[in-house]
Design a protein around this ligand. Sequence first.
Ligand code: FMN
Length: 207
Amino acid sequence: MSENKKHSPIIIAMTGASGAPYALRLIQRLAQQNIQLHLLISDAARVVLQQESEFNLSSNLDDMAKEIADFTGVDASLLTCWGNKDWMSPVASGSADMQDMVVVPCSMGSLARIATGASSNLIERATDVMLKERKNLVLVLRETPLSEIHLGHMYNLSKMGVRIIPAMPGFYHQPKSIDDLVDFMVDRILDHLNVDDGANIRWGSKE
Ligand SMILES: Cc1cc2nc3c(=O)[nH]c(=O)nc-3n(C[C@H](O)[C@H](O)[C@H](O)COP(=O)(O)O)c2cc1C
């Protein structure tokens, strides 16, 4: 949609929680809007990705971008992959002025390190930058049940303005497939990135 053409680049980090299909679909829907994406993928996320989608991602960063583009059917030139220790990446510095970052799926381990500012890899450094610069940070968390440790971290981050979006698809829109459940979550994430691709199902709309 034309209104999204000038959307600034978005950082998408995948960590090792269950929910790789949410990330792949989010990448697809954002890239279809011609939005440039910076992709960060933890080692555990690769394992989960293979388990959940039988997608065996290469370790070479250029190949990685092409493989994700092929898998999702989008233009590879919109995707830039960064390594876990790629401190020269623009996402590592506040001066790059990135506006939006999503961690999807977000593991409890990454949650803890984000909440405590551990910054031991590029994902945590990038989230730390978003926090210090007061930019839009969205965490799509997944674990069940949740301990007081998890809940405490979520509460503290929420008080700082972080958008806590648990991967909890609803059933009130009568999903017919797993894709419908995935899109339910991706619709919610897109709302918090101010991206409207026209496919978002909204309660109360006539269609
Ligand atoms: C198949 C699979 C599913 C997992 N699901 C979850 C999950 O839903 N939530 C979670 O917090 N950790 C989950 N884990 C464990 C994390 O991957 C593990 O804690 C890892 O250290 C997280 O590292 P990262 O945050 O750097 O990606 C899962 C691991 C595997 C292999």
